[in-house]
Every structure is written in C-alpha cells, then in structure tokens.
Design a protein around this ligand. Structure first.
Ligand code: ACO
Length: 389
C-alpha cells in the first residue's frame, strides 16, 4: 500500500485470509497454484512421492539435502530411538483414551502430544541450541504415530504395541495399529500418501505452528497448535467426509442428482476446491493413480470406479454452476479412498494426515527459530470507540 492510500490508522490492509501475502521466506518448499505444482526444497514433490522413502524426504526437509544411503540409514536409526513412548506416558494415554468418549482422534492426539511434551521435559525452543532444537522438533514428530496408534488401541480395549526398530515410519504406524506385519502393498501406498502430504507451502497449520515457534515456545506446543489448525474440515478434517460422501452417493447413477442437489443447497463438496490451486491439485492426481493401482491389485475396484466417476461428474457440475471458478479435487478426495483401501479405520483418516504433516511442521518450526522476530500482526478495530479521559 502506498503512503497516499495508507489509512489514517497506519495499518496495512491485506487480503482476507492473508491470501497471496508472503509473510516470511522459506527454503523448505513451495506451492505454485497456477502451475498445479509443488516442491520440497528443489525437488518436485510428486516425483519424490513416487521414488523416495518417507525418511529420505523427512531428512531432506529437516536437514536440507537428500541423504545418500549411509546418511539415510543413520537417520532411520536416529528415528528408531525417538519413536518409543517416554516412561510414564502410557498411563497418561490410558487415562486420556478412557475419558475421550466420542472425541475425534485428532482432538485426543492434540492432548497426547501436549502430555508427551511434558513427559519429555521439553524446554522452550528459545532456550535451546541448534542440536537440542533439532532433537526436540524431531522427537515430537517421531512420536505422533506411536501416540495415535496407542490411543486407538486403548480406546478399543487393546494394549499398545511397541514400535519395531527394523520397520520404517509408515510400516511402524501400521504395525503399532494392528500388531501384525503390514503387507508391502499397504506400506507402499501409505508411504506414498505420507510423502505426498508432509508439507505444502504456508498452509494454515504450518503457519500456525510457525507462529507459535516464533514465540520461542517448545516443540510440542508448536505441534499441538498445528494439530488444532489441521483439525478443521476446511483443512485436514475432510478425508473421512469425502469418503462419507461417496458412501452416501452409493452408486454411479446416483452421483449426478446427489451432487446437483448438494450444490443447489449451497453445500461444499468435501475434497473439492483449494485455496491455492486453480484447477487440478497434483496430489489428487498422484493419489488417484495410487488408488487405481490398488484397485488393479484387487482392493475395492467398485469404490475406486465410483470415486473417479464422482470426481468427473462433480467437476462437470462445478464448471456448469460456478463457471468463473476453476476447481479440481484436492488431496483429501482420494486420501480417504486410499486410507480405506489400506484398511485404516475411517476415524483415523484426519489423524493420519497429522502423522505426515507433523514432519513438515518439524522442519518449519526449526526454520522459524532461525528468525528471532515474533510474529505479531494487528487487527483493525471496528467496534464502538472507547472513551478516553
Ligand atoms: N464445493 C462447492 N463449492 C465450493 C467448494 C466446494 N468444495 N469450494 C469452494 N467453493 C465455492 C465457495 O463456496 C466459494 O463461493 P462463495 O464465496 O459463494 O462461498 C467459491 O467456490 C470460491 O471459493 P474459494 O475462494 O475458491 O475457496 P477458499 O479458498 O475460500 O476455500 C477450501 C478453499 C476451504 C479448500 C474450499 O474449497 C472448501 O471448503 N473445500 C471443501 C473442503 C475441503 O475439501 N477441505 C480440504 C482442503 S485441502 C487441505 O487443506 C489439505
């Protein structure tokens, strides 16, 4: 805003939702909405999702370079030491699970991460050094699947299962949920989903985690804040809703009338639209390929056919009814289908997104700590004017 257009209160007005505003610099990655492209550091993220392991991508985000085999093995070994519950936390998880009632797993996870931060004795990032900050950010993200799987099992009357040091992050998550060796097909599909979603520019939860990091708070506090932002249906709370929509539609023939009625009511179709992409979300395209592969391997081909049909039908309707706004499916549309095909319980879909995104938050939180400026914007007061003596 130029001086001549600057309002008398001296505040700069930014677009609603901070859309299009660069609030900081980052070397971690970016989303180029108009191009339908996103990247982790200097690598095409969808290429990495097809070719790299979750641990390689995690090391890339955290430390800045794709590790060679030896460095990747070291990182895997480091993660293995951080994945175990700290002493005493198991009792806290039992208590949390038994009082959680019908609360969303993501809400229970939020409390569990907070408790883990206390059990681990995490100190404010402000008081640490680069090594301790890296350790704290890493341990919180490494613990997320352990906490989630433990809570899920407690809530279902089962004992938690210890992580295995010989399994990777994706495989461990399935192992700790099920207590049986996960199939290679399940691990590969889940790993692809996790790599696809570890990071995505300055999305609401990443920004939130960084705001908290800018205050110098501890790494668990940053992750708890990120989970809170992620939990909303406009962000990470959509995959089970998208799958619910497919179940509600039920058949190929029902798709058009069902979707038209929903749009006529003014409903938002879950898994469609995006704040940055104008058109196709590359993550959705990648996950569509992945669920097609799973269908070819015999995993619920009818559901995959229905999803592809609903996608096409809804996009035609959106083009007809909202011609001025190009829209595509977002990552959440096929994420729910993928998680169903690898047999994750639907109540864990959104929380599984947190397994991935906590990895991105961990890198962003660390990057934020290199800037010692607190994030502290302003709001324009529009209420009644106060009286002043
Ligand atoms: N279904 C129907 N109409 C839609 C949809 C949708 N899914 N998305 C946007 N629109 C409409 C909006 O209603 C809006 O019209 P309005 O101003 O008259 O209400 C118009 O399109 C323009 O909206 P945008 O500016 O494109 O959307 P915005 O950036 O505000 O929101 C969002 C993006 C939240 C993803 C939105 O598209 C949405 O609510 N989608 C459904 C929920 C969803 O899928 N969430 C997961 C997002 S992906 C992620 O966070 C990982």
């Amino acid at each position: 805003m130029t001086a001549s257009t600057q309002p008398a209160d001296g505040l700069i007005t930014v677009p609603r939702g901070l859309a299009g505003v660069a609030v900081t610099d980052t070397e971690i990655g970016d989303v180029r909405g108009a191009e339908g492209f996103y990247h982790y550091r200097q690598y095409d993220a969808t290429e990495l999702a097809r070719s790299a392991s979750l641990e390689q991508v995690w090391a890339l985000l955290l430390d800045g370079a794709l590790p060679d085999d030896a460095a990747a093995a070291d990182f895997v070994a480091e993660l293995a030491t951080l994945r175990h519950l700290p002493p005493g936390l198991s009792q806290l998880l039992t208590a949390l699970a038994s009082t959680a009632g019908s609360a969303e797993p993501l809400a229970v996870l939020r409390s569990a991460v907070s408790a883990a931060g206390t059990s681990l004795g995490l100190r404010p990032l402000w008081d640490g050094n680069p090594q301790s900050r890296r350790h704290d950010a890493l341990v919180v993200a490494a613990l997320v699947p352990t906490l989630l799987a433990g809570l899920h099992r407690f809530r279902n009357g089962a004992e938690p299962i210890e992580p295995r040091d010989d399994l990777g992050h994706a495989a461990n998550y399935l192992w700790m949920l099920r207590g049986e060796e996960p199939s290679a097909v399940d691990v590969a599909a889940l790993q692809r989903y996790l790599v696809t979603t570890v990071d995505h520019g300055f999305n609401a939860s990443t920004f939130t985690a960084r705001v908290v990091a800018s205050t110098g708070a501890d790494a668990a506090a940053c992750t708890v804040a990120g989970i809170g932002a992620l939990s909303g249906p406009l962000h990470g709370g959509a995959p089970s809703r998208a799958l619910d929509m497919l179940h509600a539609i039920g058949t190929l023939d029902a798709a058009e009338p069902w979707l038209r009625a929903a749009l006529d009511r003014g409903d938002r179709l879950m898994g469609f639209g995006h704040a940055v992409y104008r058109g196709a979300d590359p993550r959705s395209e990648l996950l569509r390929d992945t669920v097609r592969d799973l269908a070819d391997a015999g995993r619920d081909p009818a559901l995959v056919d229905l999803a592809v049909h609903v996608e096409r039908t809804a996009l035609d309707l959106l083009t007809e009814l909202r011609p001025n706004r190009a829209m595509g499916t977002n990552v959440e549309f096929y994420a729910g289908v993928l998680m169903k095909l690898v047999d994750l319980p639907p109540e864990l879909f959104s929380a599984t997104f947190a397994v991935a995104r906590s990895i991105g938050w961990c890198a962003h939180v660390l990057e934020q700590t290199t800037d010692r400026k607190i994030v502290r914007p302003s709001a324009r007061y529009t209420g009644p004017q106060p009286t002043r003596r």
